[in-house]
Write a protein that binds this ligand. Structure first.
Ligand code: BG6
Length: 454
């Protein structure tokens, strides 16, 4: 353990959903790999005892990934519980006492964003924040102004280098692979630009709906939920310039530059949809105009990408669940093949991981016509692979900021979507199980339409 490795982990929101679904499994996995050799303190205001939290941890693991008795025993031996009110200043004094000699505690805020500032301030005033780190998760604000306000309240208590903003997409292997694939394959660089790329398409399709999260989702919608964060991170990895060094700041700086070069969206670049039946979901307003689908066209004003549209579509209740990037290349000169039937690189980011290269080959028989084919590689997940939360929690405790969103990046991403938030465009209804409203087709039509597998 390096000298500034976190020597305690405190998680606020210990009895909540995020901890139940993601954090306990990540903690057990860290314990299994011997990466959780520090006290772990859960904080919540639920009137619980430590025994109740322990029982909840077991239940969480039974549902999410299974209990590994040896690792679980290790986790339990480190687990403490503080039942306390986040609004009460004495909570943080009690916490400071519980932390004992810990000099570099990590504080994970698994709480509603409306409480981020309160807890950060409490940690600052009590001295808990000194030498420590804070880990928090999107949404980082609801727009540019609230993101700036949040960043200001975090900065009042923590140095910026001590703030770890989780975007779980960055913790995914196939997302990290985007940068590796681009820069470790020298055949790509000469063609990865406006001279050869016709368009880039990113699809994040989910066949399910809001899954009981109606009340949360109805305050957010697809653009705030997944476009402003996960999908713009993907854009930044696809669009960035090669970093000058492998050092994390160099990589993150290049990512931010792409976002800064991306034009704020215009309403003409957006199609919003809502699936039929959304308004009767629990927690959703009966007249809700929140989008469950968004398709958009981004313009990156850089030398590399001038004139190459980056299309994004994301939605709930679509025909399948999958996230995929397709980089489509221009047709060869004098070609008679239709636009959209040219070479492409397909990077499937989930649920399974695959890379495909679209190529033309001779159609068997008389004549010289060509047909589309795909050379593909499918990687099945390795049973021992780290989940995004295990990776990110471990990295935050080790103080490695590479896979975390930056303040500048978050603000640049808000600047892109700011003009289209809310009811900036008409909302179109679509039937569950379809690819969203018909109008979404028109966006990519000049480029041969959205990529269709097979
Ligand atoms: C979350 C969104 O950030 O990402 C959810 O709030 C979405 O609405 C989820 O379903 C998708 O994550 P993944 O890892 O399953 O692609």
């Amino acid at each position: 353990m390096s000298s500034d490795h976190s020597d305690a982990l405190v998680f606020f929101g210990a009895t909540g959903d995020l901890v139940y679904k993601q954090i306990f499994p990540a903690l057990q996995a860290l314990a299994r790999r011997g990466r959780l050799e520090v006290p772990v303190i859960g904080v919540a205001k639920s009137g619980w005892t430590l025994e109740q939290l322990q029982a909840r941890a077991r239940e969480s693991l039974e549902k999410h990934g299974g209990v590994d008795e040896a690792a679980f025993a290790k986790l339990l031996s480190r687990l403490r519980y503080l039942d306390a009110d986040y609004n009460d200043a004495t909570t943080y004094d009690r916490l400071r006492e519980l932390l004992g000699a810990a000099a570099h505690p990590a504080f994970y805020l698994a709480i509603p964003p409306s409480l981020f500032a309160t807890v950060a301030t409490g940690l600052g005033k009590s001295g808990c924040a000194r030498g420590g780190r804070v880990i928090l998760e999107k949404p980082f604000g609801r727009d540019l102004a609230s993101a700036r306000a949040l960043n200001a309240s975090l900065r009042a208590a923590f140095d910026d280098s001590a703030v770890f903003r989780i975007d779980h997409y960055l913790g995914k292997e196939p997302v990290q692979n985007l940068g590796v694939f681009r820069f470790e394959n020298s055949l790509l660089e000469p063609v990865w630009n406006r001279d050869h790329v016709d368009c880039v398409q990113i699809t994040m399709a989910e066949s399910f709906g809001v899954q009981g999260r109606g009340a949360f989702y109805d305050g957010v919608g697809a653009i705030r939920d997944v476009v402003q964060n996960h999908l713009l991170q993907v854009v930044s990895l696809l669009g960035m310039e090669p970093p000058l060094t492998n050092y994390h700041d160099a990589i993150r700086e290049e990512q931010v530059k792409v976002l800064r070069a991306t034009r704020p969206l215009d309403v003409a670049d957006l199609v919003r949809g809502q699936f039929t039946g959304y308004r009767t979901e629990e927690g959703v307003a009966p007249e809700s105009t929140v989008e469950t689908f968004a398709a958009l066209r981004l313009h990156i004003d850089s030398w590399r990408w001038e004139g190459v549209p980056f299309f994004i579509r994301a939605g709930k209740k679509l025909p399948v669940t999958m996230t995929e990037v397709v980089v489509r290349f221009k047709r060869p000169p004098l070609s008679r093949i239709p636009r959209g039937d040219s070479n492409y690189i397909r990077l499937r980011l989930g649920p399974e991981v695959a890379i495909g290269i679209g190529a033309r080959v001779k159609q068997p028989g008389e004549g010289n016509a060509s047909v589309q084919t795909e050379l593909d590689v499918v990687h099945y997940p390795d049973g021992d692979a780290m989940t995004p939360y295990e990776r990110l929690l471990g990295d935050a405790m080790a103080g490695d900021p590479m896979l975390f969103a930056t303040e500048e990046g978050v603000e640049a991403a808000w600047s892109i979507v700011e003009p289209i938030l809310g009811n900036a465009t008409a909302l179109r209804e679509y039937a569950p199980g379809t690819w969203g409203p018909e109008e979404a087709e028109a966006l990519t039509e000049p480029y041969g339409g959205w990529f269709v597998d097979g």
